[in-house]
Design a protein around this ligand. Structure first.
Ligand SMILES: NC(=O)c1ccc[n+]([C@@H]2O[C@H](COP(=O)([O-])OP(=O)(O)OC[C@H]3O[C@@H](n4cnc5c(N)ncnc54)[C@H](OP(=O)(O)O)[C@@H]3O)[C@@H](O)[C@H]2O)c1
Length: 167
């Protein structure tokens, strides 16, 4: 496996035991990278410290323009320790593609000729170590979401969006 993530922290199992097993699988060549999911800042630090040879590769957490709590502590820690953020619910369950979000993002969408979903996803991923995993069951949504890459919002437009969706 390229990346194996622990889905949730488990208070009944010591993190050293879990990370020890992950590292053993890595040493046996069963997986390339070790990640976690839904880990707080302290839990992420503990998981990383429990690894003897490997470094934590990722933490999959909820992150979108509508949900920016990780910016207070987890995101800066992950950025300085080269741990990728994998953002789930990147479209806020689809709300960031809806009419309410469209109103808030209108100026930016027009400036780049992009849809709200494309702008919301680009804001997440461009220029930083964040990956978005949007879910889409409709083919046209998948195609539209692919248009979120290969371009970049300016820092000024990022700020405009952040002001429209305050933390
Ligand atoms: N690690 C964890 O604990 C955890 C927990 C929860 C979820 N996840 C992961 O997070 C991912 C996303 O979760 P999610 O599905 O709830 O949230 P989401 O990706 O924020 O939103 C998905 C919704 O947005 C709609 N959508 C997608 N693209 C669109 C577009 N371009 N225009 C309009 N609507 C669009 C989809 O509609 P259609 O289906 O109609 O295309 C679907 O209803 C999943 O892959 C899931 O596995 C991880």
């Amino acid at each position: 496996m390229d990346l194996y993530q622990v889905h949730f922290p488990n208070s009944r199992v010591p993190i050293a035991e879990t990370m020890g097993a992950m590292e053993e699988m890595k040493e046996r060549g069963k997986l390339l990278a070790i990640g976690v999911s839904n880990f707080s800042l302290q839990q992420t630090k503990d998981a990383n410290a429990a690894l003897k040879k490997a470094q934590l590769a990722s933490n999959q957490v909820e992150y979108s323009l509508r949900k920016r709590e990780i910016e207070a502590d987890l995101l800066p820690y992950c950025e300085s320790n080269k741990i990728s953020i994998i953002a789930y619910f990147p479209l806020g369950h689809g709300k960031l593609a809806g009419s309410g979000a469209r109103e808030k993002m209108e100026t930016v969408c027009k400036a780049y000729s992009k849809t709200p979903a494309q702008v919301a996803l680009n804001w997440l991923v461009s220029g930083r170590d964040v990956f978005a995993i949007p879910r889409a069951s409709r083919a046209e949504h998948v195609k539209e979401n692919l248009g979120a890459s290969d371009w970049q919002l300016t820092p000024e437009d990022r700020k405009l969006l952040e002001a429209a969706f305050p933390r």
